[in-house]
Design a protein around this ligand. Structure first.
Ligand code: HPA
Length: 233
């Protein structure tokens, strides 16, 4: 057991998929993996290990935001020896050409969080994806005929902003979409020398106000999980 994860040593595979929502972890484990066992129920942050073909993989909720994800990533890597971490989550598009259901592979993540300002004594750090995972995910998404975009995203500390136009500055600088975790994931992966990638589906557009229906979410989430499982080492 670690402080926030109830697994025994060896129960967690070296590759861990990280949806924000633990119930999505359970759903993906139930529907896409074989020989599944649950390794964590602490705080309801469900985690499962199973097989995708002959690959042993784990999937666990990360919770929302950089602080929650960072707690789990720290413990997964330092106490359970995870080597590859793949976030699968949703994002809000901030470019006009992006639509609900599009897939975004986060090449780099800017952030309004102070977490790296604290870490680097006020200086900037550029959290980036593992290139070989990014390349494989791009190829897998294209092979699947998915609408896939690669670029920078924003990991924000706030979901409900005071200023409805807050995202426009980031959009001007080419950022594709916003979510709340990736900058934390990429920073910790770099610190610990492990691989990381965020595969995101556009669930809403801040440009048009469009939002995914529950049918769209049910269709889009398994596609992201499939890409993540296909590229898992
Ligand atoms: N903001 C932050 N995170 C998100 C959003 C958003 O608009 N949509 C999906 N995740």
């Amino acid at each position: 057991m670690s402080t926030h994860i109830g697994a025994r040593q060896g129960q967690i595979a070296p590759t861990v998929l990280l949806p924000g929502d633990p119930l999505r972890a359970r759903h993906i484990a139930d529907t896409m993996l074989k020989d599944v066992s649950c390794f964590n129920e602490v705080r309801g942050m469900l985690g499962y290990t199973g097989f995708y073909g002959d690959k042993r993989v784990s999937i666990m909720g990360s919770g929302m935001g950089i602080p929650s994800l960072s707690i789990y990533v720290n413990e997964l890597v330092t106490e359970y020896y995870a080597k590859t971490l793949i976030r699968i989550g949703t994002c809000g598009a901030i470019q006009p050409y992006l639509s609900v259901g599009d897939i975004i592979l986060a090449m780099a993540s800017s952030t309004d969080s102070h977490i790296n300002k604290l870490r680097f004594a006020g200086m900037d750090y550029a959290p980036t994806a593992s290139f070989h995972l990014l390349l494989k995910a791009y190829e897998a998404a294209q092979a699947r005929g998915a609408a896939v975009y690669v670029g920078g995203i924003l990991s924000s500390d706030t979901f409900y902003e005071d200023d409805p136009e807050w995202w426009k500055k980031w959009a001007t600088y080419g950022v594709l979409a916003c979510e709340m975790e990736t900058a934390g994931l990429y920073t910790l992966a770099a610190k610990f020398g492990v691989d990381a990638l965020s595969i995101l589906t556009v669930s809403d557009s801040l440009v048009t106000g469009e939002s995914a229906t529950s049918e769209q979410r049910e269709r889009d989430f398994p596609l992201m999980a499939e890409i993540a499982l296909k590229i898992s080492p």
